[in-house]
Design a protein around this ligand. Structure first.
Ligand SMILES: Cc1cc2nc3c(=O)[nH]c(=O)nc-3n(C[C@H](O)[C@H](O)[C@H](O)COP(=O)(O)O)c2cc1C
Length: 335
């Protein structure tokens, strides 16, 4: 059943305008495949910023191949455009981007499934033609209307409007989703996805009412039985979170939203630490939360929407139900 088919679902070739967004630096090939299998669009996340760039690229390649082996349907990869204090693009971005394109070129069966490249963080202008020439749909995540217009003018196919409440890499301008999304949908002609704060069919209906073409979610999909790559204690910490339990802090390349805990509070103590050391500490800390389930002394990234999430979903059942719920909400409001 396709209760909500629109220009976005047709562009990407999916049943429901529901996207599981990039959740780096963590492992998400299985979660991504489950979302794609359910009729949404899953995303293989970037696996971090290791000093050994070649090793990182190998891991990314493995994750892409694993996802492609688990689903026959379209899926995406997320590659943040990391930028240093001089405005130079960090080497991991180039490396991951080329890895994704090379895997597609070498493996036609992967290319048939890996149809979407989602860039985020810095401006992706220099990559637009590379992605387009490869025949992929290019989505870019923005935190302001100005960035949305700039991305659309550069030739990006889909804009993801990311509001203040989103988990993980948070926009520095901090415009709330409810303000940002209608501003962006008025300003650009390309399809727009809302990201930040959505968790069910009502959120999708609201996104459509604001002029968006779908939603992209992070936190809702982390808290799922299909997310077996993550430590159960991470998922439980998100289920336990209530309003006010989250905080924005300086992340790896910009602000980040996560749980208020000993680790996020200790960041103030690191003020004098060498920036490279500090970045390494943050990434290792985030990964420790995910692999070892240390949710007190490690950085736990989450969106504010965790405050409304109390159960684990099963993706196969959740995605079509969310789409059907959105269609029902829109129908009942119209009547
Ligand atoms: C644990 C975690 C990791 C994230 N990592 C990334 C990332 O690597 N790249 C990215 O573009 N966004 C990242 N995000 C943001 C998500 O892609 C998505 O935009 C966000 O979670 C949406 O807000 P929501 O959590 O309210 O659904 C991350 C979010 C979380 C919670």
């Amino acid at each position: 059943m396709q209760p909500i088919a629109n220009r976005y679902t047709r562009l990407v070739g999916i049943d429901h305008p529901i996207v599981q967004e990039g959740l780096g630096p963590f492992r998400t090939p299985r979660l991504a495949a489950a979302v794609s299998e359910a009729g949404g669009l899953g995303t293989v996340s970037m696996p971090g910023m290791p000093e050994d760039i070649a090793a990182g690229a190998r891991t990314f390649r493995e994750h892409i191949l694993e996802c492609a082996s688990l689903t026959d349907r379209p899926f995406a990869v997320n590659i943040p455009v990391g930028v240093d204090s001089n405005g130079d693009v960090l080497p991991f971005t180039d490396s991951y981007l080329r890895t994704a394109l090379e895997v597609r070129e070498a493996e036609p069966e992967v290319a048939r499934r890996l149809r979407v490249m989602t860039t985020s963080a810095g401006f992706p202008g220099r990559y637009v033609s590379l992605i387009k020439d490869a025949g992929m749909v290019h989505q870019h995540k923005v935190g302001s209307t100005r960035q949305a217009v700039k991305a659309a003018e550069a030739g990006v196919d889909v804009v993801i409007a990311a509001g203040f409440e989103m988990g993980g890499h948070a926009p520095s301008k901090a415009v709330h989703t409810f303000v940002l999304v209608p501003n962006v949908t008025e300003a650009v002609d390309v399809p727009v996805l809302l990201t930040g704060g959505a968790r069910d069919g009502r959120g999708l209906a609201a996104a459509l009412a604001l002029g968006a073409d779908g939603v992209a979610m992070g936190t809702r999909f982390i808290t799922s039985t299909d997310n077996s790559d993550w430590h159960p204690a991470y998922l439980q910490a998100l289920l336990d979170a209530r309003e006010g339990d989250d905080v924005a802090f300086e992340g790896v390349y910009g602000p980040c939203r996560g749980l208020r805990n000993a680790a996020s509070q200790s960041l103030a103590d690191h003020a004098g630490t060498d920036p490279v050391e500090l970045t390494r500490w943050k990434i290792e800390s985030m990964q420790r939360a995910q692999t070892e389930g240390d949710t007190v002394n490690s950085l736990v990234m989450t969106g504010q929407v965790a405050a409304g999430i109390t159960d684990l979903i099963t993706v196969a059942e959740f995605v079509p139900r969310m789409a059907a719920e959105a269609a029902e909400v829109l129908r009942s409001l119209a009547s």
